[in-house]
Write a protein that binds this ligand. Structure first.
Ligand SMILES: Nc1ncnc2c1ncn2[C@@H]1O[C@H](COP(=O)(O)OP(=O)(O)OP(=O)(O)O)[C@@H](O)[C@H]1O
Ligand SMILES: [Mg+2]
Length: 502
C-alpha cells in the first residue's frame, strides 16, 4: 500500500523529554473511514504521540504525512484548518466562551462592512449544527461552555471538528467520564463519522470497547510500537499480553480479611435536592461497594462525609462515637481519607511535583516535635509512589508532566499516606491500564487485611462485584438496596435497582 491511501502516516517518530526517551521510532497510520485504536500502559506514550500530530509537542525525529504530503502542524488552530481535531484526555475548552463562540472561534462572521461580531449569524449557524446532531433540546448556542457536562463538551468539540470538515479526529479516552447512555451516543456519532470517510484515532483502556469499535489496533509499550493488528487478529487476552509484555492471571484477588467492628456508621444523611436519608455501616476489614449510575449521588454523599460539601441533616459515627466533620481537615483528624474522582479540582496541584503533592497536608507523618524530617519525607514519598507503580523519573517530576493514569496513581498514593482507618475511593481505576488495575486491587486487599475499611465507588460493574464484600445500590439520591452475599450479586439485579426512581 502506498502512503497516498492514508489520511495520516507517521513514520519513525522519536521524542525525549529531558533526555528520557518517551517515543522511539514509532510508526502509525490511519486510513479514511477507519477507527484505529491506540493502546498501551499508563505512560507508554499514547497522548504524547497524539500531541506530536497536533504540534503541541515537537518531534525529535521522524516524518508526518497528511494526505501524502509532509506536514508540520503548529497548534490546534492550524490543525483544524487542515482537517485534524483532537478531543483531549483532560478536556480544556474555553469555559467562559459560549457554545457558539467556541465552535466558531477564529472564523466568526462580522457584520457587513464592520469589525463587529454578527452574533445572530453565529447563533443561527450553531443552532443548525446542534439540530443536526439532536442536541438542540438541552444546549443553546448562547450557553456558556462551563454550564455543560463532560459528555456535552465532548459532543460540542466533535461538532466543531465536523464543522471544519474534519478528515481526522483524535479521541483520547473519550468515554472515561461518560455514562452508558452517553457512551452509546458517542459510538453512534463515531459510526456516522466513519461512514463519511473520517478517520478516527481512538485511545482507551477499556479493552471491550476497543474490540467492539476498532478496525485496527496498534499497541505501544515503553514508547515503541509492538505491532499493528487488523480487527480479526485481535482478542482480549492478546491485547493484554501485547500491552503488558506478559500474561496476566485473571480474576480479582480475594480478601480473606477478618471483618471487625463497625468503624463508620452514617445515619439519615440528607442534603436537600441531592441525597436523602442515606444510612449505612462499614466494618474494619471490609470493602463496601457503592453501585449506581453516574449522577446517582454516590460521590455527593462521600464528598459530604469527608467535609468537601455540607449536608443538612444526619449523623456520622466513628467507632460508635458521634463525630462532626465540617471540612476535609476534620475528616483527616478522624482518619477518614478520600481519593476523589476529580483529580484536577480536588486531588492534585498540577504545577507541583510528585513529592510535594503526596506530602501536602500529610506533614505529620514526617515530623517530630514540629520539625519536618526532609530525608524521611523524601524516602517515604518515594517508597509509596513506587509501591503504587507511579511511572516517573523521580519524585521531583512535576505532576502535570505525568501521564493521565500516573496522575491518578499519585492521588491514590496521597490518600494512603495519611494512614487512614477508613478509605473512600471514588472511581479509583479510571484511566488506569489493566496491569496497574490489578496492583490497585491487590493494594486494596492488603489494606483491608490490616483492618482498614474501604468504601469504593465504581462505574465498572465487574470490578465492583469482584472486589466488594457488600454492595449498596444508589439511584436518584437514595439507597435502593443492598447485596451482602457475594455469590448472589449479578450485574442485571444491580442495574435494575440502579434505574429505580430515575
Ligand atoms: N511535558 C512533559 N515533560 C516531561 N515528561 C513528559 C511530558 N509529557 C509526557 N511526559 C512523559 O512521557 C511519558 C508518556 O506520557 P503519555 O502522556 O504520552 O502517556 P500515555 O500513554 O498517554 O499514558 P496514560 O494511559 O496514563 O494516559 C510519561 O512517562 C510522561 O511522564
Ligand atoms: Mg494519556
Amino acid at each position: 500500500m502506498t502512503g497516498q491511501t492514508y489520511i495520516l502516516d507517521m513514520k519513525s517518530i522519536s521524542k525525549a523529554f529531558f533526555g528520557t526517551a518517551v517515543l522511539s521510532n514509532a510508526n502509525f497510520n490511519v486510513r479514511p473511514g477507519e477507527l484505529h485504536a491506540l493502546m498501551g500502559e499508563n505512560g507508554a506514550g499514547k497522548s504524547t504521540l497524539m500531541k506530536i500530530i497536533m504540534g503541541i509537542y515537537t518531534r525529535d525525529k521522524g516524518e508526518i504525512l497528511f494526505e501524502g504530503r509532509p506536514v508540520d502542524i503548529r497548534g490546534a488552530r492550524e490543525a483544524l484548518n487542515m482537517g485534524v481535531s483532537m478531543i483531549h484526555q483532560e478536556l480544556n475548552p474555553l469555559l467562559e466562551m459560549t457554545v457558539a463562540e467556541n465552535i466558531f472561534v477564529g472564523r466568526e462572521k462580522r457584520k457587513k462592512g464592520t469589525p463587529f461580531l454578527d452574533r445572530r449569524a453565529l447563533n443561527r449557524d450553531t443552532l443548525a449544527l446542534l439540530k443536526e446532531y439532536n442536541m438542540d433540546k438541552r444546549i443553546t448556542p448562547a450557553m456558556k461552555m462551563k454550564a455543560l457536562n463532560i459528555a456535552q463538551i465532548q459532543m460540542i468539540e466533535i461538532i466543531k471538528a465536523i464543522s471544519y470538515n474534519a478528515k481526522l479526529i483524535i479521541m483520547d479516552e473519550p468515554t472515561s467520564s461518560l455514562t452508558a447512555n452517553e457512551t452509546e451516543e458517542l459510538f453512534k456519532t463515531i459510526n456516522i463519522l466513519k461512514k463519511r470517510g473520517v478517520g478516527i484515532i481512538y485511545i482507551s483502556h477499556r479493552i471491550e470497547e476497543v474490540i467492539y469499535l476498532a478496525d485496527r489496533v496498534s499497541v505501544l509499550r515503553d514508547g515503541a510500537m509492538v505491532g499493528c493488528f487488523e480487527k480479526k487478529e485481535i482478542n482480549h487476552d492478546k491485547i493484554i499480553s501485547l500491552m503488558v509484555g506478559r500474561e496476566l492471571s485473571g480474576g480479582y484477588p480475594q480478601s480473606t480479611a477478618q471483618k471487625g467492628n463497625v468503624v463508620l456508621e452514617v445515619k439519615h444523611l440528607t442534603r436537600r435536592g441531592v441525597f436523602e436519608d442515606v444510612s449505612f455501616q462499614v466494618r474494619a476489614g471490609e470493602i463496601l461497594g457503592l453501585a449506581g449510575l453516574v449522577g446517582a449521588g454516590r460521590s455527593e454523599v462521600m464528598r459530604a462525609l469527608v467535609g468537601y460539601d455540607k449536608f443538612d441533616s444526619g449523623e456520622v459515627y466513628l467507632n460508635g462515637s458521634p463525630v462532626r466533620i465540617k471540612n476535609p481537615r476534620d475528616a483527616k483528624k478522624n482518619l477518614i481519607s478520600m481519593a476523589p474522582e476529580d483529580r484536577k479540582a480536588l486531588g492534585l496541584i498540577m504545577c507541583r511535583n510528585v513529592k510535594e503533592n503526596i506530602a501536602l497536608k500529610n506533614e505529620k507523618q514526617f515530623s517530630r516535635m514540629g520539625f519536618l524530617n526532609h530525608v524521611k519525607e523524601r524516602r517515604l514519598c518515594n517508597k509509596k509512589a513506587e509501591e503504587m507503580t507511579v511511572k516517573m523519573n523521580s519524585i521531583a517530576d512535576i505532576v502535570i508532566n505525568l501521564s493521565g493514569g500516573n496522575q491518578q496513581k499519585v492521588v491514590l498514593t496521597k490518600c494512603l499516606m495519611s494512614k487512614p482507618k477508613v478509605i473512600i475511593l471514588d472511581e479509583p481505576t479510571r484511566g488506569i491500564d489493566v496491569g496497574a488495575k490489578f496492583s490497585i486491587y491487590n493494594m486494596m486487599t492488603t489494606l483491608v487485611s490490616q483492618g482498614i475499611a474501604i468504601i469504593m465507588i465504581s462505574s465498572e460493574m465487574p470490578e465492583l462485584i469482584g472486589m466488594s464484600d457488600r454492595i449498596l445500590v444508589m439511584s436518584n439520591g437514595k439507597i435502593r438496596g443492598e447485596y451482602n452475599d457475594k455469590n448472589k450479586i449479578s450485574q442485571e439485579a444491580i442495574l435494575k435497582l440502579a434505574l429505580e426512581g430515575v
